[in-house]
Design a protein around this ligand. Structure first.
Ligand code: GDP
Length: 368
């Protein structure tokens, strides 16, 4: 009997297994070890390069900010602090929409429009799902064909590691670096399906919601939370035989918006139609956004919102750091596991278990 392939035994008529070839090793033994990471610059060198608008230094600084290594953290913070005085002078625009709404096509078109107006544009992204996939397609250069070839555009995909709060904070820090490098228009892209819009909303001046006609969303109102955050709603793909439907959807959105309470900015969100693909109505969308900025700057809402955002991020960062400090303490993790079992077995209430773990943590911190 053939030991390797018992199926080839004569008693199994009609079954024939070929011996095949041995599979190749998955690791190429001849491949040289990865080059050691490029030596780091000093904080001063990073800042100097960024302020000069050196894109390669900016890119490396963003990588530093995104790094999860404790070693890079202090340096990254120093670079950000030093860039702060040069930041803040841009218009930050959040762009959201469900997958397929045409975000990348539209960002390409909107981006070229603002560059033609003489601005420099940074496109960043927040994609919480990238934590799982280890890499994000949002803000990906390959999706923005025209912009990616333009020297006045800096495109960066979503940071991929950490919680939504952590990912969002890194994007916010990247905004600071981009502004210091002279980018005066910042787009922050996100997918309109979860919590990430709230994070984006808390770091932009204007929030643009891209919608499609006829997806039923406008009737089901499932995007209500997002609609309330939107300063502008734009219906994409208003081209070909979709024009009437897009116009109808715009009318429906306008009606729906009437039911919402006035916004804190006193700005009445507008609804427009356009085609990102055919580049129709782009200037009109941008005029609307410019009108918003005029209004917000004149009424003082622009500064007020930015200050509110600063406060929000301070608290958010404290939250994040406290949680990190708590959950990353190995003894806490071990105790949590024990307590979980006790709670599951009804040996202890969840409240007293939580109190025990917290007491243990605070005791540890005090004795440090
Ligand atoms: P994203 O997932 O939101 O980034 O959407 P994409 O920009 O990748 O667009 C999704 C699909 O819609 C692509 O096949 C685009 O070519 C198409 N699309 C985007 N904008 C338009 C538009 O204005 N008109 C039409 N007809 N198709 C569009």
């Amino acid at each position: 009997m053939n030991i390797e392939h018992p199926e080839n035994d004569k008693k199994y008529l009609g079954l024939q297994v070929n011996s095949g070839v041995t599979s190749q090793p998955t690791v190429n033994p001849y491949r040289r070890a990865r080059a050691k990471s490029i030596p780091q610059l000093t904080a001063g060198e990073y800042v100097e390069g960024i302020i000069k608008g050196d894109v390669s230094v900016l890119g490396r600084a963003v990588t530093l900010v995104e790094s999860t290594s404790e070693r890079h953290h202090a340096l990254a913070q120093e670079v950000i602090e030093k860039c702060l005085p040069y930041s803040g002078k841009s218009r930050r625009i959040g762009i959201t929409g469900v997958p397929g709404a045409g975000k990348s096509t539209s960002i390409d078109a909107f981006g070229l429009h603002v560059i033609r107006e003489g601005h420099r544009l940074a496109v960043l992204a927040i994609d919480p799902s990238s934590e799982r996939t280890k890499g994000s397609i949002l803000g990906d250069k390959t999706r923005m064909e025209k912009l990616s070839q333009n020297n006045d555009a800096f495109i960066r995909p979503s940071p991929s590691a950490g919680s939504l709060g952590g990912v969002a904070r890194k994007t916010r820090e990247t905004i600071v670096l981009c502004e210091a490098a002279g980018y005066d228009r910042i787009f922050v892209e996100t997918v309109g399906v979860g919590q990430s819009e709230t994070a984006v909303h808390s770091m932009v001046d204007f929030f643009l919601l891209i919608q499609l006609a006829g997806t039923g969303d406008e009737l089901q109102g499932i995007k209500r939370g997002i609609m309330e955050m939107a300063d502008g709603i734009v219906i994409n793909k208003c081209d070909g035989d979709n024009i009437d439907r897009a116009k109808l959807a715009a009318a429906q959105f306008r009606n729906a918006l009437h039911l919402f309470p006035p916004t804190p900015s006193k700005w009445v969100p507008e609804v427009l139609t356009y085609s990102g693909y055919f580049e129709l109505g782009i200037a009109e969308v941008w005029d609307m956004i410019d009108r918003y900025f005029e209004h917000a700057i004149k009424t003082g809402y622009f500064d007020l919102k930015r200050m509110e955002q600063e406060k929000y991020w301070m608290i958010e960062t404290i939250d994040e750091k406290l949680k990190e400090s708590f959950y990353q303490m190995p003894e806490v993790a071990a105790l949590l596991e024990q307590k979980e079992l006790r709670v599951l077995n009804n040996e202890q209430s969840s409240f007293t278990a939580a109190r025990d773990v917290l007491d243990f943590y605070f005791e540890r911190i005090r004795s440090k």
